[in-house]
Design a protein around this ligand. Sequence first.
Ligand SMILES: CC(C)(COP(=O)(O)OP(=O)(O)OC[C@H]1O[C@@H](n2cnc3c(N)ncnc32)[C@H](O)[C@@H]1OP(=O)(O)O)[C@@H](O)C(=O)NCCC(=O)NCCS
Length: 179
Amino acid sequence: MEELKGVSWPPEPIRTERLLLREPEARDRGTFVELLASPEVHTYLGGPRPRAELERELPAVPERRTGSFVAELDGAMIGLILLRRATGHSRPAAADKTDLGYLFLPRAWGSGYGYEACSAALGWLAEALPGEPVVLTTQSANAPSMRLAAKLGFTEVERFEAWGAQQWLGLRSAVPPAG
Ligand SMILES: CC(C)(COP(=O)(O)OP(=O)(O)OC[C@H]1O[C@@H](n2cnc3c(N)ncnc32)[C@H](O)[C@@H]1OP(=O)(O)O)[C@@H](O)C(=O)NCCC(=O)NCCS
């Protein structure tokens, strides 16, 4: 995965009904550690990283890259949205396309925040890179992620085996289907 190019970054923070999407800041570091060390968050993502390693190795402002949005609720980070270029993706249908990833703290699940934040980030992308299709890879066993992908308008391209599990590759075309 590589950073998105050809877009103006960072954008003005994006307000949704309940959330704020913005670039990462130093005050988010503790939440990044929590997110990346959480076994629950990483059930379908190949396992968490050790907390001590994260404390040691994360930069002062983690993930400060074009296309990386922190989702903030009531002044505090609750999740991360990643829009990246899928350079070198093993599946030809996804290679070099824009890729969406999302991770939220378990205490923020079940409230529609993932959908709200991803919709806003995809809206930003549609303006920043008009006509850009977006791909998404998730384990097919990751039911909440599969539901979120469907709600966001991703449709199945294929399923494939990788990292010891079945993966689902979805595509969201820039032009919404009629009806
Ligand atoms: C994937 C992930 C973001 C989904 O979170 P989520 O909260 O289930 O997703 P949504 O934002 O779509 O919220 C949907 C849930 O909120 C509920 N909800 C409550 N209030 C709501 C509202 N106002 N609007 C919409 N949904 C609402 C829905 O009923 C639904 O619950 P259900 O799944 O029990 O039916 C979360 O599970 C996660 O961070 N997982 C770990 C990281 C990961 O696996 N990422 C995938 C790899 S890219």
